[in-house]
Design a protein around this ligand. Sequence first.
Ligand code: FAD
Ligand code: NAD
Length: 478
Amino acid sequence: MTTSYDVVVIGGGPGGYEAAIRAAQLGMSVACIERRLGKDGKPALGGTCLNVGCIPSKALLDSSYRYEEASHHLAVHGIDVQGVSLDVPRLVARKDQVVRQLTGGIAQLFKGYGVTWLQGQGRLLAGRRVQFTDLAGQEQELTAQHVILAAGSEPVRIPVAVVDDERIVDSTGALDFQEVPRRLGIIGAGVIGLELGSVWRRLGAEVVILEAQPEFLPMIDRQIAKETQKLLAKQGLDIRMKARVTAAKVVDAQVVVGYEDESGSKSESFDRLIVAVGRRPVTEGLLAADCGVELDERRFVHVDSQCRTSVPGVFAIGDLVRGPMLAHKAMEEGVMAVEVIAGHSPQVNYDTIIGVIYTHPEVAWVGLSEDQAKAQGLQVKVGSFSFAVNGRALASNDAQGLAKFIVDAKTDRVLGLHVLGPQAGDLVHQAMIAIEFGASIEDLQLMTFAHPTLSEVIHEAALSVDGRAIHAVQKRRQ
Ligand code: FAD
Ligand code: NAD
């Protein structure tokens, strides 16, 4: 039997489920195929993000931050807490409850919008047909006016450190430790390494991060990256750069990791090792050999700026395609693909995709860094301001970091904002809006920011671009 839909979405992660909901809002008949089973063994929507990514990692970051606050940082407020203790299984169970609530919410939204959730595997065939295999192995063929491929990504595997899901884990395993490792090794000082490293360090682990590259967080402004590295080191994350892992073996319940750095070959023993060396698109099992969809040289599905693949009527979005692997990018691409299908002409602004690392303080950025702007031949002016003199940050005993604006010196246009500081992930949206609307730095300088707020750091950083910050003695004045 063949069933026909206006739109078939393969993958029910943030990209896929938002595409399905938007298509239903526009009156299309929609099926979303998702094969994932949740931790409870039941079919689950929400993809990597809701099940084993953004949400569970943030739940653990929040719990671990509270534990660290209660253990070490309340005395300064005059609050003495005694007998703080940790129940890791309960902490992990809370995380699971948050995940269940959110994935269940997507299922409710599907019901409400009349989106058909097909539980199982989808495979694109030639001629915009889709093979659907349900969880019992029963096959069915679907036809669609349009197909949206939203199969997401999975962790990169490296032969020198093979994941055994016990001692050597990927990011998914690292969300479910039932006790705090005494010594935790992490391969990769990327976003996952820093976030999950922070979780387990706050809960009491000694954390060593081995990073092959010489440059720390190459995607962010150098000044912010340097400050971040210093701050994380002060918190106790032992980050070793230019450290290339050559082997990882389990010996007597310890993971023995061999690596090479500038001074030669070294070895370390850990109770657990997290492999966090990047993610790759999931194309295996997704595309029939004759379906016609082309991949690029890095094996991402090749798409144009509006997410059309090489096959008319077939779109691909999210982690499956070029660009940063971020949930909000996937969501916007899902909505864009559907709007294109509906005959509209939307365009995701890839220049304003925000990046956030949810350490404490957070690191967040939008637009260009100083070096990136200069590399584009732009004449830039910059201004920065520290959280150390911000009234609100000091009142909350959370006054570390700085905000830095990058501005086009010729046009006065805002090019980028990079922030290390409390709530940086929220604060940076102010510059996202400014860039989106083509604002000048003068526009931001002339606005009135509420006092006392963390946002005043953004205002002062904007003023400092022209030597006008009030709460700093600036040499250059305009
Ligand atoms: P996914 O979320 O990967 O969803 C794809 C879905 O498709 C999966 O559920 C998969 O089971 C299903 N699928 C694949 N192939 C098939 C098939 N053939 N048939 C049926 N179903 C299929 N991003 C952020 O923006 N902020 C964060 O804070 C953040 N934190 C993260 C933390 C961790 C630990 C990790 C691992 C990732 C994090 N990310 C974060 C990245 C984010 O999770 C991804 O960018 C996002 O989930 C991508 O969405 P997607 O819809 O493209 O794919
Ligand atoms: P990443 O690309 O951010 O970092 C991987 C790091 O591992 C890199 O610095 C790389 O140089 C290093 N590396 C690679 N091979 C190595 C080796 N053999 N030895 C030592 N170091 C090695 O990847 P990730 O941290 O795994 O995260 C994957 C994706 O998930 C990212 O693209 C990110 O966008 C997304 N994510 C986002 C968030 C967020 O938005 N807050 C959180 C987690 C994950």
